[in-house]
Design a protein around this ligand. Sequence first.
Ligand code: SF4
Length: 360
Amino acid sequence: MSMQERKLTHLTAAGRFDICSPGECIRFLSAAPCITYNRRAGGCGRILKVLLHGTCSYDCAYCAIRLQRERLSFSPEELAATFLGLWREGLVGGLFLSSGIPQDVDEVMHDIVETGEILRQRGYDGYLHLKVLPGAARADIHDAARVANRISINLETTSPDRLGSIAGVKDYRQDILKRQAWVAEEKPGSHTTQVVVGVADETDREILACVADQYRRTHPARIHFSAFRALPGTPLASHPDTPGWRARRWYQADHLLRDYGVSADELRAALDEEGFFGNRDPKEVLAASSGPVNVNLAPRRDLLRVPGIGPKGADRILAMRRERPFTGPNDLKRAGLRGKAAGRCVTFGGRDTVQTRLFP
Ligand code: SF4
C-alpha cells in the first residue's frame, strides 16, 4: 500500500465517528477509504469523510484518535489532490473534512480552510462540509463558511459539567457554545451539530433541554444523534454502550420538535420519572395520553399529533376534507395513510359520530 493509500485508510477510519447524515452507513472503496452514503432523498450523496490530522493533543475520553500511534496527516495540497482524484473518477460526490488538533487549533483551522479553498480554485463545486474545531478563531469560521456548503461544530453533550467529565481540556461555553453562535451567524440555518447520546450519562431530559435551546438560539438545520460506543483502550472502555434505539428515539423526538410543531414542554410528557424515553416512538407515547382527534374538524397541529399522520398526510386530509367529510378508516386509506398507527383514536364527522381506531 502506498503512503497515500495508508493515509487515506487511516484518516478515513478515524473520521467515521462524525455523523453528517441520518441513517448513514459506511462503505469501503477498494481497500481504502470509508464512504458515507446519505440514504435520504435530498441528501448529498456519497461523502468522503476524512481527517486532516490523525492525532490530537486534547483529552476527550471517548475519542478514538487518542489511540492512534502513527502520526499521519495530510497537507491541504495532498488532501485536495487525493479528493479531486476520487471525485473525477466518480467515486465520491462530496467531502466532509474534520481533524484532530495535534498542536495549535488556529493552524489546523487554517489548513482545513486552505483545503477548501484549493478545491474551489480547482473547479470543485460540489458538497463541502467543513468541521469547525473547538476554540476556532472567528476569522477562520468566517472563511470556512465562505468556501463550504455546510459548517458545523459538535456539542457532544449537554452542559459544561457533562463535558468536563469526559473532556477536561474543552470549555463548553467558550470553546463550543461561543463558537457555535459564530457558526450560526456565518451560516444561518445551514449549520449542524452532533450529540453523542449517553457519553456523559446525561438523561434525555437534559438532552431535550439542550436541543430545545439549540433550536431557540442557533437554529441549526439539523442535529445529529449518535449512540455512544465504548472503544477499547480509551478511558471510557468500560462505560456501558448506549443502545442504538435511544439515538433512533432521539431522531424521532427531534422530528416532532422540528417538523410537527410539538413543543419541548409537550415532549417532556413522554419521559419517564427518571427523565428517559422508553424504547417507543415518543409520538405514540404522547398520543396514548391524550384524547381522540376529529379528522374532519381538527386543525393541522392536532392532526400531526396522531401516529401515522405526518406533515404530508395532514395536508392531504385538509385538502380532501374540503371536498367531502371523512366517514371512516377507508377514507384515511384513500388519503394514503397506511402506516402503522399506535392505537390512537380518531373520530369522524360531528360531535356524536363514530369513534374508531386509526388502522385497527
Ligand atoms: S478534540 Fe476532537 S479529535 Fe481531539 S480528542 Fe477531542 S474529540 Fe478527539
